[in-house]
Design a protein around this ligand. Structure first.
Ligand code: SF4
Ligand code: SF4
Length: 185
C-alpha cells in the first residue's frame, strides 16, 4: 500500500531534470502517470493512495489506473525511469542515503529528515515550498536549529557527510532566508 506516491505532488510537476528524459519515450505520459504506472507495474503493489485536489486530477488518475497492469512498463521505459531517478538524485547537494546510522542525535535533531528537506528544494526546484514544508512539518525539537555542534554524528556517517557543518546551513536556508547553498560548507 503506497502512501504519498507523488511525494506530496512534487513528482507530478514538470521537473527540469526529468522533462528531457520523459520526452525520449515513445508512449507520452504526464509525470504523474509515469509515477503511477511505475508503481502499478510492481507485483507487490496493491493500493496507491494519492491525494487529489481537483476533479481533473481525479479523472486523470482514474484513466491512469484503468490503463495500468503489472509489468506494463517495458524495458526501455524502465530504463527511462531509472535515468530520471539517477538524474534527480544527482541534483541533491548532500549525498545522504537515509541509512540513519547517525541517529540518535543527543539533541534530537532528525538528521536524515532535515537533510532530505534540504535536498528536496534542489531536486524539485522549489525552495519556497520546501521552506514552508520544513517549518510546518518538521517538529521543532527535530529541526536543525537544535544542533549543538557536538559532532557525535560525524564519524558515524558512512558517506562522510560533514553533518555538523551542514546543520547551521540547513537551518539558515530552510528555517530562515539565507540563499540556497550547494557547495559543502
Ligand atoms: S553535531 Fe548536531 S546533529 Fe550531529 S549529533 Fe551533535 S547535535 Fe546532533
Ligand atoms: S549517517 Fe549519513 S548517510 Fe546515513 S542518514 Fe545520517 S547523514 Fe545520511
Amino acid at each position: 500500500m503506497i502512501m504519498e506516491p507523488l511525494r506530496g505532488g512534487n513528482l507530478a510537476a514538470d521537473l527540469p531534470g526529468a522533462a528531457p528524459i520523459w520526452s525520449q519515450a515513445e508512449q507520452k505520459r504526464t509525470p504523474a502517470d509515469w509515477s503511477f504506472q511505475w508503481l502499478w507495474s510492481q507485483p507487490e503493489v496493491s493500493l496507491v493512495l494519492s491525494g487529489m485536489s481537483t476533479l481533473q486530477q481525479v479523472e486523470e488518475n482514474l484513466v491512469s489506473a484503468e490503463n495500468s497492469r503489472i509489468g506494463l512498463l517495458n524495458d526501455a521505459e524502465l530504463a527511462l525511469v531509472s535515468k530520471v531517478h539517477e538524474t534527480l538524485a544527482g541534483l541533491s547537494p548532500i549525498d545522504c542515503t537515509r541509512c540513519e546510522y547517525c541517529l540518535p542525535c543527543p539533541s534530537s535533531v532528525n538528521i536524515p529528515r532535515v537533510i532530505d528537506y534540504y535536498n528536496r528544494a534542489a531536486v524539485y526546484d522549489d525552495l519556497e515550498g520546501t521552506r514552508s514544508s520544513y517549518k510546518r512539518l518538521v517538529k521543532d525539537d527535530q529541526k536543525a536549529i537544535n544542533c549543538t555542534q557536538c559532532e557525535e554524528c560525524v564519524p558515524k556517517c558512512p558517506q562522510n557527510i560533514p553533518i555538523s557543518d551542514w546543520m547551521p546551513v540547513i537551518e539558515g536556508v530552510l528555517g530562515g532566508s539565507q540563499p540556497y547553498q550547494t557547495e559543502e560548507p
